[in-house]
Ligand binder design. Structure first.
Ligand code: FAD
Length: 272
């Protein structure tokens, strides 16, 4: 097993933590991480502000104000490189947008992006972290996952910056906690879950999804609609074989009804 400096935990750490427990509760993992890494805790290991989680404060709809911060990321023209990749027949998905690639190319650019986030977006991150809107694709999110996943940024420094911003009084505790929870909570927990349960989980997950789709659940309609719309790009993916076999078994009326439900949800995003 190989450890990686771009996560706090070892691959098997979550599995060991949950080995005696019936359920993999994020909150249990998250509190353990806060204490172990001394993040937003006092000298006795208690949460600063008297509570572990400000999730209740993190669910406001975004009415369009405050306005989202300008996107100050550097833009790079990688058209020539992209043409080389396409010419070499490398399989990829999504739009590369190579002529205006906005992701950091080195640690210097990644640090600039971190600075801009802490100053301009973090103050509002907490309030609107769960919001969705047609008017903004980014709102107050950090866009740091690329820099974190490619090891340009260490999660510890990102967390330390968010905590320091709270200690300096420039952001609320609810916002700092909400952001930090994504990094030391979700990011580490999902990784631990992945290494414990994959690939078996893929099959369990798709079976569960199948069951809920039959219930006609709205969010599952979005999921099915996504796979249906992207069949051209995704149906040959080995890991999605079960999804596409399931889709192929659906009759036209079911598919159409899922599509209608998904359209309705998308149109109502700002009101949800
Ligand atoms: C269905 C689904 C699939 C996802 N697939 C990926 C993926 O392939 N690669 C990937 O990096 N992230 C994935 N995420 C997590 C998260 O949505 C993205 O990391 C996030 O959109 C990145 O934007 P950001 O950097 O602005 O995040 P912010 O909202 O600013 O959050 C800060 C950081 O916290 C971490 N984080 C936030 N949310 C999550 C989460 N739900 N799970 C794990 N870590 C999180 C990321 O490192 C992120 O950069 C997925 C989430 C969902 C719900």
């Amino acid at each position: 097993m190989v450890d990686s400096e771009h996560f706090y935990t070892r691959r098997d750490e979550a599995a060991r933590l949950f080995s005696q427990r019936k359920q993999w509760l994020l909150e249990h993992f998250y509190r353990h991480m806060r204490v172990q890494h001394r993040v937003l805790v006092d000298g006795a290991g208690r949460p600063v502000g008297g509570q572990w989680n400000f999730d209740q404060d993190n669910r406001k709809p975004w009415p369009g104000a405050p306005s989202e911060p300008a996107d100050c990321r550097a833009s790079h023209d990688h058209s020539a490189l992209w043409q080389t990749i396409v010419a070499a027949g490398v399989n990829s998905f999504g739009e590369a947008n190579a002529a205006r690639l906005a992701w950091p190319l080195d640690r210097g650019e990644a640090l600039q992006q971190l600075d801009a986030f802490i100053e301009n977006a973090l103050p509002h991150f907490g309030d609107f972290q769960d919001a969705m809107s047609h008017r903004s694709w980014r709102m107050f999110h950090s866009l740091l996952s690329f820099a974190l996943n490619t090891k340009m940024l260490d999660p510890r420094e990102v967390v330390a910056r968010a905590e320091a911003a709270w200690r300096a009084g420039s952001v609320s505790l609810a916002t700092a906690e909400g952001f930090i929870r994504q990094i030391i909570g979700w990011r580490e927990y999902i990784r631990g879950f992945y290494w414990t349960h994959m690939p078996r989980h893929v099959e369990q997950n798709f079976s569960a999804t199948r069951g809920r789709c039959r219930d006609g659940s709205g969010t599952n309609s979005l999921c099915w609609d996504f796979f249906a719309r992207n069949a051209g790009k995704l149906s040959t993916n080995r890991r999605l074989g079960m999804v596409y076999r399931q889709l192929a078994k659906m009759d036209e009326a079911t598919r159409r009804s899922l599509q209608v439900q998904a359209d309705e949800l998308r149109n109502a995003l700002d009101r949800l």
